[in-house]
Design a protein around this ligand. Structure first.
Ligand code: E4P
Length: 233
């Protein structure tokens, strides 16, 4: 399963790239609002860090506006993927982008049927939002499982991206469900790295090593110099 970062924070993206685990990035207007500046500049910087897909999302609600925004984003870098919301207008825009060879990520998917329609319209990525479903007492992962099954059963050329991830367990479940991609907040990526027993183990190994080295040094210092080993002048 590919791992994307769900952020517009450049330092977080650089860090994940250095760890060797970054396959792409998703952004949205809310994530961009947290960093500010020029969205185009932020997107270009991200595309300089990763050659994987970088999702850029506009705010237009009509087809004409969606197409204008998307065409503009697509010119910024070759790895830009245009995020289009699931709606009647969004489906039309996805279909037009597909004709133009512009890749799209259909966002704000909350049912398998929405995902199926987006795939039929030509979306390269389908983004079910699992955390937001969990928030309203539904089971978001069901949509991921259903969509993956539909895509595989009908051999549809698209990828299911598990979005709105809230915690590491979501990532494990997405991988087990066969999700092609999961996009994670940086905090969740960090949580995946750590485990209290790993951290404790690293500390204990270091302490035991230092203890053994100190004991060896003390023993060497206490031992009498063997006969014949002193320097002869
Ligand atoms: C995905 O592309 C979205 O940007 C994101 O996962 C939304 O997550 P949220 O529900 O935490 O805002």
């Amino acid at each position: 399963m590919k791992i994307f970062l769900d952020t517009a924070e450049i330092e977080e993206i650089r860090t994940a790239a250095r760890w060797g685990v970054l396959d792409g990035v998703t952004t949205n207007p809310t994530l961009f609002a947290k960093v500010g500046g020029s969205y185009d500049d932020v997107l270009k910087q991200i595309c300089d860090i990763t050659s994987g897909p970088v999702s850029a999302e506009g705010i237009a609600e009509d087809v004409k506006g969606m197409l204008e925004e998307g065409r503009h984003f697509a010119k910024l870098a070759p790895n830009i993927v245009v995020k289009v919301p699931m709606s009647e207008e969004g489906l039309e825009a996805i279909s037009r982008f597909a004709e133009e060879g512009i890749k799209t990520n259909c966002t704000l998917i909350f049912t398998a049927n929405q995902g199926l329609l987006a795939a039929k319209a030509g979306a390269s990525i389908l983004s079910p939002f699992i955390g937001r479903l969990d928030d309203i007492n539904e089971e978001g992962m069901i949509v991921v499982r259903e969509l993956v099954a539909i895509v595989e059963l009908h051999d549809i050329e698209t990828e299911v991206l598990t979005a709105s991830v809230r915690h590491p367990r979501h990532v494990t479940e997405a991988a087990l469900a066969g999700s092609h991609i999961a996009t994670l907040p940086f905090k969740v990526l960090q949580q995946m790295v750590h485990h209290p027993l790993t951290d404790k183990g690293i500390k204990t190994f270091r302490e035991d090593w230092e203890k053994a080295r100190k004991a060896a040094d003390e023993q060497a210092a206490a031992e009498p110099t063997p006969v014949g080993s002193s320097r002869q002048n």
